[in-house]
Design a protein around this ligand. Sequence first.
Ligand code: FAD
Length: 562
Amino acid sequence: MKVIIVGGVAGGASCAARLRRLDEKADILMVERGPYVSYANCGLPYHVGGVIEKESSLLVSTEQTFRTTFGIDCRTRSEVIAVSPKAKTVELKNHETGQVTTEKYDKLVLSPGAAPIRPPLPGIDLPGVFSVRTVPDAREIREWIDRGAIESAGEHAAPGFEPLAKSKRAVVVGGGFIGLEMAENLVHRGLEVTLVEMLDQVMPPLDLECARVVERHLEQHGVRLALNDAVAGFRQTASGSLEVLTKSGKAYPADIVILAIGVRPETALAKAAGLEIGQRGGIRVDEHMRTSDPDIFAVGDAVEVKDFVTGEWTLIPLAGPANRQGRIAADVIAGRDSRFRGTQGTSVVGVFGATVAQTGANEKTLVRMGHKDYEKVYLFPNSHAGYYPGARTIALKVIFRKSDGRLLGAQALGLDGVEKRIDALAMGIQMGATVYDLEEAELCYAPPFGSAKDPVNFAGMVPADILRGDMPICHWPAVAGQFLLDVRNPPEIAVEPVPGTVNIPMPELRARLGELPRDREILVICRSSQRAYYATRILLQNGFKARNLIGGTMSRSMLQAK
Ligand code: FAD
């Protein structure tokens, strides 16, 4: 059996290596257009920032390793330029010799990835405007930063003048995870960074109130944000530096511009071969990663897949799904019945020491889809036992189905322990877990690592309290005209007052119940809603009508920033 794999990085390389492990006899040809196979594109921003100093560290495996260890015919600088599904052949162009050859296949796997979007804006091809996809891209960006934009205009050569400084100002266009990683790494390199984003928020997978926390953190670390403003074009000034022009009429000066406005599935080959393309513009595949042609498979960023939670078709350009899909395609080619379960978009990004992670559906997607059967909670647990040094607060938003408690999605932000909680919740979502399952999850605990009731347990306990009717809740900002009981201590209130509240500190509540109305509903507030929970329980058991304002003043400050 001859198997040709197009693309030699995440999906392609994973498919090739798995297939060899399953079938010693298969004749496997892996073709890669670029100079490297199996390189760490996820590490590129950190190489630009100097965190990963050596370029060679990004090369996870080599053409030679694929040949010797796996017995795979691996060809770099070679591009598949056409596919003939009827003849079961591909046209292969060797970019070093220019030679085009025809190769027959029994099975073909497409893993061509997705290309950075570069809209046809004026000046987009000016020197100094970069995208980040490949190792050579990162190399050019590093060189450009070191050399300085001005040098390209030749000004440093003027007699009597010192060479002008390295690049100082960067504009990153796009506030997704690649844009944020690039912004952070350019700051590490000493550049002043402005991040221009067309939407009203960074990190589109997050709900707005969670994104606002990330934005404040970016600003605290010196990144200037220009949200709600789309780039209209790029201009070179007389001094040789650049200006990024936006639709609002602003001009942001820059010595270097990084475009990170998303990626588009590479579907040219698939389209030309007559394969079905889905509604989101990716190659349509079934759960076996088979395209509309039974002998052609497609994986990775180029395909569209079902969202595991919402059931919608989606494009999720992430390395985890690409690797798993490559493995599944290999399994199926080798005769196994492996299936892709769909994706839930589990992702994480580091931003100046903070971690932002999410999995499953966000609230804005549920609202867009018209879902009514969901509830959300905001929790602020510690990353590990509060009494052990170094515990940090995690801000956690959990979304679950009201009718049966099924976990739908979660977003978390913090300085420690964030991604391990999202990983546990991600696994829960994939296994169809309910919040009642999370209550029972048995997780690691010792003081430096967690708590006897882990944040993942709380992500179940709090929603389960709501669903069982033990803790009715309400949300900011729908509190106007209501009776608000603040159970925080006076010093806390002095620091962060909530207007229009009656204050009875939690420890005094039992003794002061007589001060509260029995004919009105009482909405209870504290800082994180833990003490408000205790107070709500006291009130309910004493015949009052009460609800907990979930997330307390901490969620209020997130939501106020909206
Ligand atoms: P790719 O890995 O892009 O590989 C496709 C390859 O196919 C390319 O090398 C291309 O040259 C080759 N190719 C295309 N057409 C042809 C052809 N006709 N003939 C021969 N070869 C061809 N994901 C995460 O989960 N976490 C991260 O932290 C993360 N960080 C990232 C940072 C950056 C800067 C980038 C660019 C991506 C990042 N990703 C991250 C996304 C992740 O890298 C991709 O989802 C993953 O690589 C997709 O795998 P793929 O095989 O579909 O495509």
